[in-house]
Design a protein around this ligand. Structure first.
Ligand code: G1P
Length: 294
């Protein structure tokens, strides 16, 4: 049995420049898809997969994320007084238990690999999950849970992947697929943001990873890569020389909520998925004459 994965790391230090001015004072991870902030989707997915400790790598202007995962006594009292039991229960359900969150800061924007490295002391000598909160999934069960099933079989390192259009490979980390089934195949190589036509496949890394702690040593020595940033993909490629990497082509679909298109699409799709919202939402859309826009 491989060592259990109890800890998840959430890099939330990014500046969110693609969403300015919305993200001038508010962290992009607090943007909402329907009625939940992006970060909440990632935390819920991790909890569903059995994660017990939630590590956030934050930066300046991100204090509200810490508040979001704390109790809010004034609000709770007001909801109680007003008899809003359902809202109260929902709030309490979403909270990690006391002592099960950690916050550390990435002091300089040196890249995703550097952000992950900032969590090394908190994670210690343990395997951990890494979730990029911009990436929100429509998947049942959640993507990390599907990856945990592969991890229990194979141990080592696990990377979630999905197919993209070959024209989009230069936006992502792309893997080279070896032997095995969709639910667990050998990864034989990976490259961060390859040029179109030079990618080893159209399977992109969609922001969910299970990694062994040896990655931290490699990250501490990692040279800058694509975009002049320290890239987790480059350190994973180096770790592949010592340890196996398994790919999981999960059931589900990702919405890249770090882009306006992905974010807007996720809002529409998730709203249409909700029984309490779909009828009213469709009725409102039908009332508008959008035919010249569609
Ligand atoms: C990061 C990773 C990349 C991955 C992507 C998913 O890139 O480096 O491998 O495919 O997230 O969103 P970024 O989006 O930070 O440029």
């Amino acid at each position: 049995m491989p060592k259990r994965v109890r800890t998840a790391v959430f890099p939330v230090a990014g500046l969110g420049t693609r969403f300015l001015p919305a993200t001038k004072a508010m962290p992009k991870e607090m943007l909402t898809v329907v009625d939940r902030p992006l970060i909440q989707y990632a935390v819920d997915e991790a909890r569903e997969a059995g994660i017990e400790h939630f590590v956030f790598v934050t930066g300046r202007n991100k204090g509200v994320i810490e508040d979001h995962f704390d109790r809010q006594f004034e609000l709770e009292t007001t909801l109680e007084t007003r008899g809003k039991e359902a809202a109260l229960a929902e709030l309490r359900k979403e909270l990690p238990s006391a002592g099960r969150t950690s916050f550390t800061r990435q002091q300089e924007p040196l890249g995703l690999g550097h952000a992950v490295w900032c969590a090394r002391d908190i994670v210690g000598d343990n395997p951990f999950a890494l979730l990029l909160p911009d990436m929100v999934f429509r998947a049942q069960p959640g993507v990390l849970k599907q990856m945990m099933e592969a991890y229990e079989e194979t141990g080592g390192n696990i990377v979630g992947v999905e197919e993209c259009d070959p024209s989009e490979v230069s936006s992502y980390g792309i893997i080279e697929r070896g032997e095995g089934s969709d639910k667990g195949f050998r990864i034989t190589g990976m490259v961060e943001k390859p040029k179109v036509g030079e990618a080893p496949s159209n399977l992109f890394i969609s922001g969910r990873y299970i990694l062994q702690p040896e990655i931290f040593t490699l990250l501490s020595e990692q040279e800058k890569g694509a975009g002049g940033e320290i890239q987790i993909t480059d350190s994973m490629q180096a770790l592949m020389k010592q340890q196996p990497f398994t790919g999981v082509k999960y059931d589900g679909k990702v919405f890249d909520c770090g882009s306006k298109l992905g974010f807007l699409t996720a809002n529409v799709v998730f709203a249409l998925d909700r029984d309490d919202i779909r009828p009213g939402f469709l009725a409102e859309l039908r009332k508008l004459d959008l035919s010249d826009r569609l």
